[in-house]
Design a binder for this molecule. Structure first.
Ligand SMILES: [Zn+2]
Length: 407
């Protein structure tokens, strides 16, 4: 039997704070969906928003915070995504570009711990699909399906091409392995990553026909991706979900709506489908609509792009950062790997519990380094020392409003 003072103390402890303790104990972990859109360019998106052609993204802007996202110098997908995963710079994390030391960038090169690994260790369930630079897949507390830089048949080097799930080579595209058969059965044999850009020879003499065929394939890939995302969010919901798309950027490189004023203008290509690139975002908005069906008021939604994309503007012929694939194929009329990353900032959109409404982030105050620290903050996980970014506290009403339980 307990001595009386102790019993009293126990009763007191039980009476007052237990409700709060209990609340904390049963409070669910935050649910976050991150959507990466490769090379989302605000110069193209803003007119579409004004014309009401991206109603779903408009909704996110209204209910949340948005702005430019500062990127790294000479930005390209693997380089920026790996910076975003780790909040360390390219020299530190090791994935400095598409090709590193003569080898296609892959996850074995990653020298810093990515955010999905930190979340997994903290007991957060993680689901990822088609995120660039995640091949071969890494074990997580959930599932991972690789994206850009996956190698396979007709895409042996894995650079900017689209192998099918069943034709992947040189590593696993799905973790856990057992999930691959399930995906093939229920989603089908989908393309991982977007279509390779055509070579000048493919186009010559039948430009219009080729452009339409290429855009048709891109839409097939996007439809498959929409089905995949919907399947995963429905049948494998996770606390943290990270999905990505890359057809937008691929289209922009050779079908950006340039004028005769711009460098590289060729009427037989650039006059055929002036709306091809903007249409990619209209199509993305429909994908976003399908994702939004899985977003309730307690879900955080973060949409970001790793960089923008702009018509040529530097001394390209002397540019040591020329995008390697583009050098070999179609003359590129727009790109992002400019020496000064501030020429092509990415973009950032966030909404969710405690995130300010209708907030515009001005200037380049938010950067790709800040995404991982902000994700950890939402989950109440302390930011590790090596991370160079900061929590984007300005987007939150106050830290108390978050669903997250601070440890
Ligand atoms: Zn690109």
């Amino acid at each position: 039997m307990l001595p009386r003072p102790c019993l009293l103390l126990s009763v007191f402890l039980l009476a007052v704070p237990v409700f709060a303790q209990k609340q904390n104990a049963v409070k669910p972990k935050p649910r976050v969906i991150v959507v990466g859109v490769n090379g989302m360019e605000l110069d193209i998106i803003r007119p579409l928003l004004l014309k009401g052609q991206m109603p779903n993204l408009s909704k996110v802007i209204e209910k949340g915070a948005y702005g430019k996202l500062r990127t790294v110098s000479a930005p390209n997908c693997p380089r920026v995504y790996s910076t975003l995963f780790t909040s360390t710079n390219p020299e530190e994390h090791g994935v400095t570009g598409f090709i590193v030391g003569g080898i296609t960038a892959n996850t074995n090169m990653l020298k810093e711990e990515p955010v999905w690994s930190m979340l997994s260790k903290n007991g957060i369930t993680v689901g990822m699909a088609n995120v660039p630079a995640t091949f071969p897949v890494m074990p997580v507390n959930g599932y991972m399906i690789s994206g850009m830089l996956t190698r396979g048949k007709n895409c042996e080097d894995g650079v900017l091409c689209a192998p099918k799930l069943s034709e992947v080579m040189g590593g696993d595209a799905v973790y856990p392995k057992s999930m691959q058969a399930e995906l093939l059965k229920n989603v089908g044999d989908f393309y991982i990553d977007c279509e390779r850009m055509p070579g000048a020879g493919d186009l010559k003499g039948h430009e219009a026909e080729f452009i339409d065929k290429w855009l048709g394939k891109v839409q097939v890939i996007r439809d498959q991706q929409t089905k995949l995302f919907d399947y995963l969010l429905t049948t494998h919901p996770t606390e943290f979900t990270f999905l990505a798309q890359s057809c937008e950027d691929r289209t922009g490189h050779w079908l950006y709506p340039i004028t005769p004023f711009n460098v590289g203008y060729n009427a037989s290509i650039n006059n055929v489908r002036q709306d091809a690139f903007p249409n990619q975002y209209v199509a993305f908005d429909k994908v976003l609509g399908s994702i939004l069906e899985h977003v309730d008021e307690n879900t955080y939604l973060i949409i970001f792009s790793d960089h923008g994309i702009k018509p040529l503007r530097e001394f390209e012929e002397k540019d040591p950062h020329a995008h390697m694939d583009h050098e070999k194929t179609t003359p590129v009329i727009a790109k992002h790997d400019f020496a000064d990353g501030d020429d092509v900032p990415g973009s950032f959109f966030a909404m969710g519990p405690g995130i300010k409404h209708d907030l515009r982030l001005m200037g380049l105050g938010a950067s790709v380094y800040d995404v991982a620290p902000t994700l950890l903050y939402i989950y109440g996980i302390e930011q590790p020392k090596q991370m160079r970014g900061r929590v984007l506290t300005e987007i939150f009403e106050s830290s108390d409003n978050k669903v997250a339980v601070k440890k």
